[in-house]
Design a binder for this molecule. Structure first.
Ligand SMILES: CC(=O)SCCNC(=O)CCNC(=O)[C@H](O)C(C)(C)COP(=O)(O)OP(=O)(O)OC[C@H]1O[C@@H](n2cnc3c(N)ncnc32)[C@H](O)[C@@H]1OP(=O)(O)O
Ligand SMILES: O=C(O)CCC(=O)C(=O)O
Length: 409
């Protein structure tokens, strides 16, 4: 447990004290709404099978994700079956279907036994008039009628205004208040469809909406400027209680806010106690990646395979000393166990130093050579790595060691 006077430091993380220089207020409870199987699946080429949605959905729920949005039932019979199966699994997570403001969509969602719907309507006039060929009044009418209809069917309505971030603020507030008064909304989504917000802009927009309405606010953002996670955190800091995320950050264009990163950041940057088993995130990201067919980049925060990798000799020397003194967090912001990652490893390559040789000799039970021989081994490692343009395997290290040094002589 962190010391209350140093909330940025615990056995699991050591982040910056500067994060605590300003008062950061976070909601009492933060929930995760997973949209991997809906918005994530909108990434071109990604297809989750019915069984994959069900199996992964169960894992997400077991890990502690609060809500699943497995799709729009009308997209395919497979999706409808997946939604229905998940809704009837008795999961801890609630199951919501995505719908348009269309009665038929709601009827099919109700048939699937979902707990609620995320019901979308465009809110910016440029989309309403040019992309949908509707009038603003028509959009209002569809939204009021369909949200009221869904409420009458006894399911929750999470009302979702597409392009909230670029809608005229008066138009946005008008849609939200007319729907709340004449239709129905259990919660309101602040939606950055085109990833067009900055963190400050996100705070301002969430403040605008939460200043007008006393119901839960959800934050749904895209990652077009690489700010999906930052904007989700900014929205939460402004009072949004439900974060829409996708596992591995799947989604259209540059994806949605990445679940693993938002959850780890809340935990390690703000000492926030999420009701989640973070130690499962690496494995869950990997099985999701396998099912989606989209690889996890090696440098991806939290779950990338290089998150705890070291090649540079100076850093390898830090690791050798800090490991011996059991001070790993002196050189990492969080412990690998927090997120189910592999322990640090020292790669062998162009950037290696003498500490790399010390580390590998120790690991492989090889006698440490005298310093001049170590220097020869190091130059041979560097030369091979430069020639091959890659890191070397432990077997190649042993070959170089044996070619260069014979402890019998
Ligand atoms: C942005 C979105 O609308 S949803 C998010 C993106 N996700 C998807 O598109 C999911 C994948 N899509 C699909 O499988 C298909 O496009 C379907 C099943 C959703 C629709 O099938 P399509 O054959 O493309 O539908 P089609 O083009 O005939 O009609 C869409 C109708 O929905 C209407 N519609 C679209 N969005 C909404 C909305 N939010 N509220 C009310 N009506 C809407 C359109 O105005 C159009 O109405 P019209 O037939 O009176 O012109
Ligand atoms: O338009 C879409 O893709 C669906 C809505 C959505 O997910 C969004 O607006 O971000």
């Amino acid at each position: 447990m962190p010391d209350a006077s140093e909330p940025y430091k615990s056995s699991q993380y050591w982040t910056s004290h500067h994060n605590w220089n300003e008062d950061v207020e976070l909601p009492d409870e933060i929930k995760f709404h997973d949209t991997t199987f809906r918005d994530g699946e909108q990434q071109p080429g990604v297809v989750f099978s019915e069984d994959e949605k069900v199996e992964l959905g169960k894992l997400y729920s077991e890990m502690g994700i609060d809500r699943l949005e497995p799709g729009l039932p009308l997209v395919s019979d497979d999706d409808k079956r997946a939604i229905e199966r998940l809704a009837n699994e008795g999961l801890d997570a609630d199951v919501y279907a995505f719908t348009r403001c269309v009665k038929e969509d709601v009827e099919v969602a109700v048939d699937c036994d979902v707990d609620g719907v995320v019901m979308e309507v465009p809110s910016s006039r440029h989309l309403i008039e040019h992309a949908y060929d509707w009038s603003y009044e028509q959009a209002l009418e569809y939204a009021i009628e369909a949200t009221e209809y869904a409420h009458e069917q006894g399911i929750d309505v999470s009302f979702f205004c597409i392009d909230s971030s670029r809608a005229d603020p008066d138009d946005l507030i008008t849609i939200l208040s007319r729907v709340k008064e004449e239709g129905h909304a259990d919660s309101l989504n602040v939606v950055d469809t085109f990833g067009a917000l900055s963190p400050a802009g996100t705070r301002s927009l969430v403040n605008l909406v939460s200043g007008e309405f006393d119901i839960p606010i959800e934050i749904h953002v895209h990652n077009d400027f690489g700010l999906g996670v930052a904007n989700t955190l900014a929205g939460i800091q402004a009072g949004a209680e439900i974060a829409h995320t996708t596992v591995t950050g799947l989604g259209e264009r540059s994806g949605n806010a990445n679940f693993e990163e938002v959850a780890t950041a809340l935990t390690a940057l703000y000492d926030y106690d999420l009701n989640l088993d973070l130690s499962q995130v690496k494995e869950i990201a990997e099985v999701t990646s396998d099912a989606s067919g989209v690889d996890i980049h090696e440098s991806k925060p939290v779950v990338g395979q290089n998150q705890f990798g070291i090649e540079a000799g100076i850093i390898a020397a830090w690791w050798n000393r800090l490991r011996e003194q059991e001070m790993p967090l002196a050189m990492y912001p969080y412990h690998w166990d927090l997120v189910g990652q592999n322990a640090p490893r020292i790669a062998i390559g162009k950037m290696s130093g003498l500490a790399t040789i010390e580390y590998w000799c120790d690991r492989l039970g090889l006698q440490a050579p005298p310093e001049d021989v170590q220097e020869d081994i190091l130059q041979s490692i560097k030369g091979t790595s430069i020639g091959e343009k890659r890191e070397l395997s432990p077997e190649e290290f042993v070959d170089i060691y044996r070619d260069t040094y014979n402890p019998e002589n």
